[in-house]
Design a protein around this ligand. Structure first.
Ligand code: UDX
Ligand code: ADP
Length: 471
């Protein structure tokens, strides 16, 4: 039996999950030394930057926590060996994107970073170590981690035998609201078999999470619950997006429909906002994981059912792109268009799977010239996502896209404003002022229902708003 009081925590992966999660642990576990480690040196340097506006990720409230706990009980380092060897408990928060090559390409998760981390743990850990999966992983990954840990250890002659307990503790935080989600989680899910290890983790959470919110399950239930939660959430969005198209065709108003169905307590009023299609690092990846799993078990109808959620999401992005072209007299060639919002949702600088990427890329391929404004996403990220360097010129010797520093400068000589992210500052725009800088007829395409349609029309705009009938 080992002492189940945790004194040293290591988190492998200093990303959108690892960084905020460990900041909140540091806030509530002042007597535990928490070390966040990553192979990406520039990322670690950014976490250690004395100016917290340079942190690698933008998340409301995160900078305050980092200022309070960094170099007190929260450390960021590239020294993976030392971080692992000192740790009683290790969180795995590395990235697990969808595979692009090989078996399961396009559906299965790429576990190469998980495997690499497990091998590092097997090599550098000492004594007994609890290994906790935080990244969203395909069901049964814990078993893989266990196999790697037990079969690839290197033990010095005079070193005591290494032992491991693997737990699943999926993260349910949503970006842009991460600190709040971590501070007041709806539930904390811990899956595993080793009661001592599970209790050690429970003890950590009890520092701020009420006992009744901590659920203990077997490891497979825990892993599958995470995939299922994300699949259900994404399904709601595809459902409301599908109905938004029907509203546009029939004259029903999606806001009224959302309100009416959301008041049914069995449905509930959250996650009923139509949009340009869900993005983020989880939803698509997790549904595709679920689809892959179902196919593996020959549950083809179940696989097809869930895959349709992703298909509708792709269709939504495509239909929005096409309707923009159609309303702009069937061509956007040579036309300047202002894009408001590039991140996959408001309050984050994350662009992974953002609907903006696909919609912008399609518009550029149709010959449009984009002026992109996003309060938190920088040039380099847009360049990477569009796969088009900022200096790349079209045959017409014009820049294909540029990044504007404000709403006002973005719309200069534009034919349309296309709102793709629901940033707060897009909700109170003075359309009367803005239209003066634009070409006529001037259009607004509001995919996030943030514009007051009447005011925009009074200012002289033509407006298309998602889920609203327009002739
Ligand atoms: C999601 C889950 O919410 C979280 O529990 C899990 O841990 C990770 O995946 P996240 O991707 O960060 O979190 O953000 P979320 O708020 O779920 O939004 C995902 C996408 O759905 C965004 O593109 C968002 O704009 C879109 N969305 C969300 C809608 O289009 N309409 C809605 O009503 C809600
Ligand atoms: P998430 O949204 O899941 O947090 P991110 O991509 O933001 O995903 O973060 C994952 C982090 O994990 C990245 O910063 C990446 O460099 C790091 N990482 C991946 N593999 C390893 C590894 N073997 N050791 C340490 N860090 C790793």
């Amino acid at each position: 039996m080992f002492d189940n009081k945790i004194k040293n925590i290591c988190c492998i992966g200093a990303g959108y999950v690892g960084g905020p999660t460990m900041a909140v642990f540091a806030n509530h576990c002042p007597y535990i030394k928490i070390t966040v480690t990553d192979i990406n040196e520039s990322r670690i340097n950014a976490w250690n930057d004395s100016d917290t506006s340079n942190l690698p990720i933008y998340e409301p409230g995160l900078d305050t926590l980092i200022s309070l706990y960094r170099n007190k009980n929260l450390f960021f380092t590239t020294n993976i060996k030392e971080s692992i060897s000192n740790a009683d408990l290790i969180f795995l928060s590395v990235n697990t994107p969808t595979k692009t090559k090989g078996i399961g390409a396009g559906k299965a998760s790429d576990l190469k970073w998980i495997e690499a981390s497990a091998r590092q743990i097997a090599k550098f850990s000492k004594g007994h170590t609890i290994v906790v999966e935080k990244s969203t992983l395909p069901v049964r990954t814990a078993k893989t981690i266990e196999n790697i840990l037990s079969e690839s250890q290197e033990i010095d002659n005079n070193e005591e035998k290494k032992t491991f307990s693997v737990l699943s503790n999926p993260e349910f935080l949503s970006e842009g609201n991460a600190i709040n989600d971590l501070e007041k989680p709806d539930r904390v899910l811990i899956g595993g078999e080793d009661k001592y290890a599970m209790n050690s983790l429970v003890d950590l959470y009890l520092n701020w999470v009420p006992k009744e919110k901590i659920i203990l399950t077997n490891i497979w239930s825990s892993e599958l619950s995470k995939l299922t939660a994300n699949a259900f959430l994404a399904q709601r969005i595809s459902s409301i997006n599908a109905i938004s198209a029907l509203c546009e065709a029939t004259g029903a108003d999606i806001k009224q429909v959302s309100k009416a169905i959301g008041m049914d307590s069995r449905i509930g009023n959250k996650f009923l906002f139509p949009g340009p299609g869900f993005g983020g690092s989880c939803f698509q990846k997790d549904i595709l994981n679920l689809v892959y799993l179902c196919e593996y078990y020959n549950l083809h109808e179940v696989a097809a059912y869930w895959e349709e959620v992703v298909n509708i999401n792709n269709w939504q992005k495509d239909r929005i792109f096409k309707l923009i072209v159609l309303k702009l007299f069937g061509t956007v060639f040579g036309k300047k268009l202002a894009i408001f919002g590039f991140s996959f949702k408001a309050n984050t600088n994350d662009t992974r799977n953002s609907a903006s990427i696909k919609i912008c890329r399609n518009l550029i391929d149709e010959g449009a010239i984009l002026s992109i404004y996003d309060p938190k996403v920088d040039n380099n990220q847009i360049e990477k996502d569009l796969n088009l360097s900022l200096n790349e010129t079209s045959s017409r010797e014009k820049m294909l896209w540029s990044r504007a520093n404000s709403i006002q400068s973005a719309v200069e000589d534009c034919h349309a404003v296309i709102i793709l992210t629901e940033w707060e500052e897009f909700k109170n725009i003075s359309w009367t002022k803005l239209i003066k800088k634009m070409k006529r007829p001037a259009w607004i395409f509001d995919t996030r229902s943030v514009v007051d349609v009447l005011k925009a029309e009074q200012a002289g705009f033509n407006i298309w708003q998602i889920g609203n009938y327009t002739s």
